[in-house]
Design a protein around this ligand. Structure first.
Ligand SMILES: C[S@@+](CC[C@H](N)C(=O)[O-])C[C@H]1O[C@@H](n2cnc3c(N)ncnc32)[C@H](O)[C@@H]1O
Length: 439
C-alpha cells in the first residue's frame, strides 16, 4: 500500500487541485493572480511568504528524519524513534520501493501515516502546472533538439508567452530555447554561455533558423559585469545550475531586468559550503551536502545509467564492509567520486583499485563473493531506509525556489511559481516567472 488515496488520487494531487481551484476563483483580479499561483487560498500577497515559512518550519522540525544518510549510518537514529516506519519500509518489495521513490505524493503519504504533521507537505509543495506545450515553430528545431529537451522547451516557451523586451538566454548551451523564441516570436535573442564550442555550434544552428535574430556571446555568468547585460531585458534560463541561477536572479534585480523566466537545477553546484537564502527569510540552516536531497531523483536517467549507479552504490557498500573487516576501523569515511571505468570490471578489481587509492592494504585472498553480497544487501536496505527522507525532497526544492521567488517579489517583480512540464520530462520542472511591475 502506498499511502492514502481517494479514487486513485494521491494527497499531493488532491492538494494541487484545490490550489488550482483557488487560482480560478482569483482570475478576476489580475493584480493578485500572480501571487495566488504559488500561495493558494487565502489570496493575498503574503501567501508566498507564509508558504515558505511553513515549509521552513516543517523542514527544521523534522531534520532528524531527512538529514541522516542511511548510506553512512546503517541504522539512522530515527529508526528507534519510528520503529513502525522503519519496519514498514524494510518490508517493501523492490517494485514498491521503485514506485515510491518516483512519487513525491506517495512518499509524503507514507511519512504522514507515521507523522501526521507531515500531511501538510502535500499542499505546500503543490504548484500549478503549465497546461500544454506549444508546437515547434519549424522542422529544424524538432530535428536538432533531442526528444526530452524538445518537450521541455515546448512547455517552457509556452510559459514564457510573449517576451516583454529583447531576450537574454542565460547559460544557453547551444541556445535551443533562444532559437525557438527567435523563430516563434520574431524576438531578438542574445544567448550567453561560457563554452566557446557550444556558442559556435549554437551560432551555426541559428544561421539556419529565422526570422528572429539570435546572436551568441561567450561570457562567464558568474562575473559581476555579465549581469549588466540583463538591464531592461527579458531573461530566460532553462536549467541554470546552482550558482548560475543565483547569479542570474541577483544580477537581474541589480541590473533591473524587465522579466525573468528561470528553471533552476543542480542546487548543490555551488562554491558556498553553507547555503545562503536569497530572501533572508528562511531560518533553516542548510549545507551544500544537504542540497543533494533536492535533486535526489533519477526519473529521466536512462536504465543503463540507473543500473550503473546501483552497482556503484552496492560495490561501495561492499567495500565499506570489507574495509571494516580488514582495518577494524568502524568509522564512516566518505568517498571521492569513483571513475566510471572502474565499474566495468568485476567487484574484486573495483575493490583493489579503491583500496590502492584509499591506502588500505588488502590481504592476498579474500571471500569476494561474501563482501559483494553484503554490499547488495546493504544497498537494498539503504534504498528502503532512504524513502522517509525522500518525502522531504520536493519540500526542500520548493523551499529553495520560493525563497528565490520571494527575493524577486520583494524587489518589485510580480512572481509566479509553476511546474512548466511533467516530472517525466524532467524532475527539475519548477519555474519562476517574474515580471517587473511599474514603479
Ligand atoms: C545544464 S546546462 C543548460 C543548457 C541549456 N540551457 C539547456 O537547457 O539545454 C548549463 C549550461 O551552463 C553553461 N555554463 C556553466 N558554467 C557557466 C558559466 N560560468 N558562465 C556561463 N555559462 C556557464 C554550460 O556550458 C551549459 O551550457
Amino acid at each position: 500500500m502506498l499511502g492514502p488515496r481517494r479514487g486513485g488520487e494521491t494527497l499531493h494531487s488532491i492538494a494541487a487541485r484545490r490550489i488550482c481551484a483557488g487560482l480560478v476563483e482569483c482570475a478576476a483580479f489580475p493584480a493578485t493572480v500572480l501571487i495566488m499561483a504559488v500561495c493558494g487560498p487565502p489570496c493575498d500577497p503574503a501567501g508566498l511568504e507564509q508558504r515558505l515559512a511553513r515549509l521552513d518550519a516543517l523542514l527544521a522540525a523534522h531534520d532528524w528524519l531527512w538529514r541522516p544518510l542511511p548510506f553512512r549510518t546503517p541504522r539512522p537514529d530515527w529508526t528507534g524513534r519510528l520503529p513502525a516506519l522503519a519496519a514498514e519500509v524494510l518490508a517493501l518489495d523492490d517494485a514498491d520501493v521503485a514506485r515510491l521513490a518516483g512519487d513525491d505524493g506517495a512518499l509524503i503519504g507514507l511519512a504522514a501515516r507515521h507523522l501526521p504533521a507531515l500531511g501538510e507537505l502535500a499542499g505546500l509543495v503543490a504548484l500549478p502546472q503549465q497546461a500544454a506545450a506549444e508546437p515547434a515553430p519549424h522542422a529544424h528545431l524538432s530535428r536538432d533538439i533531442p526528444g526530452r529537451k524538445l518537450a521541455q522547451i515546448g512547455h517552457f516557451a509556452a510559459a514564457v508567452a510573449a517576451p516583454v523586451a529583447p531576450v537574454v538566454e542565460w547559460c544557453a548551451g547551444k541556445g535551443h530555447l533562444g532559437r525557438w523564441l527567435a523563430a516563434s516570436r520574431g524576438a531578438e535573442v542574445l544567448s550567453l554561455d561560457h563554452d566557446p564550442a557550444l556558442c559556435a555550434a549554437g551560432a551555426s544552428l541559428a544561421g539556419l533558423a529565422r526570422p528572429g535574430v539570435q546572436r551568441f556571446v561567450q561570457a562567464d555568468a558568474l562575473a559581476a559585469h555579465t549581469g549588466r547585460l540583463l538591464a531592461g531585458r527579458h531573461v530566460v534560463a532553462l536549467h541554470a545550475c546552482g550558482d548560475l541561477h543565483r547569479a542570474l536572479i541577483e544580477g537581474a534585480v541589480s541590473a533591473g531586468a524587465a522579466a525573468v523566466d528561470v528553471a533552476p537545477c543542480c542546487y548543490p553546484r555551488t562554491v558556498a559550503a553553507h547555503h545562503r537564502p536569497l530572501s533572508g527569510t528562511p531560518g533553516l540552516r542548510v549545507q551544500r551536502d544537504d542540497l543533494r536531497l533536492a535533486v535526489a531523483d533519477s526519473v529521466t536517467a536512462p536504465p543503463r545509467e540507473i543500473r550503473l549507479r546501483m552497482r556503484e552504490a552496492a560495490w561501495k557498500l561492499g567495500f565499506v564492509a570489507l574495509r571494516r573487516r580488514v582495518t577494524e576501523d568502524h568509522a564512516y569515511r566518505s568517498f571521492r567520486p569513483v571513475p566510471q571505468s572502474w565499474l566495468k570490471a568485476d567487484f574484486a578489481t573495483f575493490c583493489r583499485q579503491l583500496a590502492a587509492r584509499e591506502g588500505v592494504a588488502l590481504p592476498a585472498s579474500l571471500p569476494w563473493g561474501e563482501f559483494e553480497a553484503a554490499g547488495l544487501r546493504r544497498n537494498a536496505e539503504v534504498m528502503r531506509l532512504s524513502l522517509p527522507r525522500l518525502a522531504f525532497r520536493r519540500a526542500l526544492e520548493v523551499w529553495l525556489v520560493l525563497d528565490a521567488a520571494l527575493y524577486l517579489g520583494r524587489h518589485g517583480y510580480a512572481v509566479e511559481v509553476l511546474q512548466f512540464c511533467r516530472r517525466a520530462e524532467t524532475p527539475r520542472n519548477l519555474m519562476i516567472r517574474a515580471r517587473r511591475q511599474a514603479a
